[in-house]
Design a protein around this ligand. Structure first.
Ligand code: HEM
Length: 207
């Protein structure tokens, strides 16, 4: 099985669970206040900061080079969105889940494991994330403002196809593919923990 198919199929159950996480479903049903979305952005800021640092630091590794693309970087977009949603807010947030995610990312020493995290976030942002941006736009009446996070300067469908082709061109063997899929599952679990943490404070962010 090719790497891209193994990654997708190997994380299908985790993906279904993520889609059903209460924080996301409440947010997309318009039942979370802006303050709850800000909490989410603050956590994403930690995750993308760590992911983008790690990827940049290892971009000479041919495996990481296959996915490295500065146009994907979300940290500037997250900062721009925070300026819109919560002007002047402190960027620090006490989030054990985001910290655990960051620690996992900073500890990675094997290129394909980093690719697993890259895939989980960016291909997600280029897939369900695109729908999420449209829903938030409607729910919060944003008219496109504060949604830089979802705005990639690429044509999504061809980009994702080319990305999968690059994954499949890496030539990983069966054992390496298995280890990479395991790390995709770890990445999904870290995202799930982030959503679980956010769900705990939903009562504070009712709308
Ligand atoms: C409301 C929540 C979500 C919805 C509605 C959603 C929806 C989707 C859809 C429809 C696709 C398929 C797109 C396509 O085939 O081109 C997809 C792909 C994907 N999603 Fe999500 N998603 C959600 C949450 C997440 C989360 C939380 C993550 C991980 C952090 C994630 C990661 C991914 C990945 C990695 C893919 C690419 C699968 C592949 O083609 O290999 N998604 N999502």
């Amino acid at each position: 099985m090719s790497l891209s198919v193994a990654m997708k199929e190997g994380s299908a159950a985790e993906h279904d669970a993520a889609e059903q996480s209460p924080f996301l479903t409440e947010l997309l049903n318009g039942r979370v206040a802006a303050s709850g979305y800000v909490d989410y952005l603050l956590r994403l800021r930690i995750v993308y900061g760590a992911l983008e640092d790690a990827v940049r630091a290892r971009r000479d590794d041919p495996v990481v080079a296959a996915v490295y693309d500065p146009v994907l970087e979300r940290l500037p977009a997250i900062d721009a969105d925070l300026d819109h949603w919560a002007p002047g807010i402190a960027r620090e947030v006490d989030s054990p889940a985001a910290q655990a995610y960051r620690e996992r990312l900073t500890g990675i020493t094997w290129g394909p494991a980093l690719v697993a995290h890259h895939y989980t976030r960016y291909l997600g942002d280029l897939s369900g994330g695109q729908a999420m941006g449209k829903i938030l736009d409607r729910e919060f009446g944003l008219r496109g403002a504060g949604l830089a996070f979802y705005d990639f300067p690429v044509r999504v469908k061809p980009y994702k196809d080319a990305y999968r082709a690059r994954l499949d061109g890496l030539g990983l063997n069966g054992e390496e593919i298995g280890r990479t899929v395991d790390e995709v599952k770890v990445a999904f679990a870290l995202n799930q923990a982030l959503f679980d943490e956010l769900a705990e404070s939903l009562p504070l962010h009712r709308r």
